[in-house]
Write a protein that binds this ligand. Sequence first.
Ligand SMILES: [Zn+2]
Length: 255
Amino acid sequence: MTTASSSEQASHGNARICRGCWDQMHMPIPIGGPLALPFRALGITRSKMNPDICTICERSFKYVKKQRQITVDATILFADIRGFTDLSERIEAVQLSEIVSLFQDRCAQAIWAHDGIVNKQMGDGLMAIFNFPIVRKDHAAAAIRAAFEIQRNCAAALNGLVLDTLPGRTLGVGVGIHCGEVQIGEFSSFRSDFTAIGGVVNQAARLESQAAAGEILVSVETAVNASDLTAGAETRVLALKGIEQPVQARVLVKH
Ligand SMILES: [Zn+2]
């Protein structure tokens, strides 16, 4: 079952067996090809969080990990469309939904290409997790690479959509990234999909809220783990809501 190893799977959405179940349990769950058919009949399919994982690792966390929650070293990425609230008062609902779905699609492709999962989608924003359930030792670098792709893929496409209605107006995406220990598990009594919680998650969200259009704000901890991608980047000192001390972040912009 060497084909299941994370590093050997270059393309996303083509995995024959679930990479999450393999990395977490060493259990080969077929999600592509003829072997997947009986599983599909049982309702086990590719996950919407990432097509290379299955609905078992998406919805049956307690089965996969034999615990209610675990502590994982992970990287958390938040992204959203800057100025969306203001925009939503100026353009029609149809166009607004086109913008949101284009943003969500482009972000998901970038995140999947680097083995992350789109854990939550919140209208004009999303939260991604790197290093669970697909294991990536270089999860900080993977998240930063995904963020660059998000910026590259979204800017032109979003502006193409908004240009006709609001000439002169540009639309951009803000991204925040932080890494460290997070709690992963099922934290809801009425939903069974897992998520990540903790201070690291909060700080990633706060960084994103401070990112201007086109910016990727990366915590110092994340930058240290991906020095080749963050060398020479501007340092900015931020006062983040809910965090007492000023926080240093590196500012990355798309090239
Ligand atoms: Zn799985």
